[in-house]
Design a protein around this ligand. Structure first.
Ligand code: ATR
Length: 269
């Protein structure tokens, strides 16, 4: 029930398209009995400053910041925490008194999704891609004490990222076959709404863990190939669910049941 005290939360993104975040957060609020509502707001880049000012004025409790606003939002906030600065992206804004505070839960989405299958300390992990999601993945691996290698279609970008976020080595996607690894994380967009894979099936290793940030389709070519090679496949939906759980915890202190959010994700698919 909506009351005079209902907390307003939401996501700023553009285009709004088919975001599952409202389904995840509202299902968790219902399960937890939280008096809150979460809406999607299609904010064009030129309106971000006005939208943040509006959110401030009406007392929005928590905002999720998605593409294309994760970097542009920095100067519009009162504070941004160290983690978001290191990753170079804010995906979460929480109101603290009168202040809007930026943070990042994307890296925890990567860490917790992988930790469904394995502990990360001491493991060797390969990250495919050198965009924003790769930054969150590399931060997660460093935080958890794993050795990281970053491979990208454009190796120069991988080298820059490796230096900045402490990966041991960088290279081209084709190098995967020659690199022994325990964990593989795809952060490229290859496989999104297509049946392509960023790497050859023969480069995947039996007994490894493969996480694909792409979750549309839910079972990507990479995850099918991984299962076929005897690797354990983790759907990118767990990255979305785990980062959302952290966002909910950040403003409410509550621990949302993952199973409720998974069911909401599946219903929204
Ligand atoms: P995000 O912020 O979601 O990580 P991004 O910054 O647009 O997305 O990064 C996209 C990643 O997918 C990049 O690593 C990109 O490789 P390049 O740096 O060489 O552009 C990778 N990518 C996109 N299309 C690709 C393709 N067809 N083959 C291989 N890699 C691709």
């Amino acid at each position: 029930m909506i009351t005079a005290k209902t907390a307003l939360c939401g996501i700023f993104l553009h285009p709004a398209g088919h975001t599952r975040s409202p389904a995840l957060h509202n299902a968790a609020y219902a399960a937890l009995g939280l008096d809150a509502v979460y809406l999607a707001f299609d904010v064009v880049p030129g309106d971000l400053a006005a939208a943040i000012a509006g959110a401030r004025a009406i007392g929005v409790r928590q905002l999720s910041i998605s593409i294309p606003h994760k970097e542009a939002v920095f100067p519009l906030l009162d504070r941004v925490d160290e983690t978001a600065r290191a990753i170079g992206a804010v995906n979460t804004v929480v109101r603290d008194g009168d202040a809007l505070v930026g943070s990042n839960t994307d890296w925890l989405g990567v860490a917790r999704a992988l930790e469904r299958e394995t502990a990360l300390a001491g493991k060797t992990a390969v990250v495919l891609g050198a965009g924003g999601t790769a930054r969150a993945a590399l931060f997660a691996l460093r935080q958890r004490g794993a050795r990281a290698i970053v491979l990208n279609r454009t190796p120069g970008k991988a080298e820059a990222l490796a230096r900045e976020l402490g990966a041991e080595r960088a290279g081209a996607l084709e190098e995967l076959a020659a690199i022994p690894h325990d964990v593989l994380v795809n952060t490229t967009s290859v496989g999104l709404k297509s049946d392509a894979s960023p790497v050859a099936a023969a480069a995947l290793r039996a007994g490894s863990i493969v996480l694909d940030a792409v979750y549309d389709p839910l079972e990507t070519r990479l995850l099918r190939d991984a299962a076929g090679r005897g690797a354990r496949a983790i759907s990118g939906k767990w990255m979305l669910i785990e980062q959302a759980r952290e966002q909910l915890r950040a403003w409410s202190g509550e621990n949302a049941p993952g199973s409720v959010m998974e069911a909401a994700f599946d219903r929204a698919s």
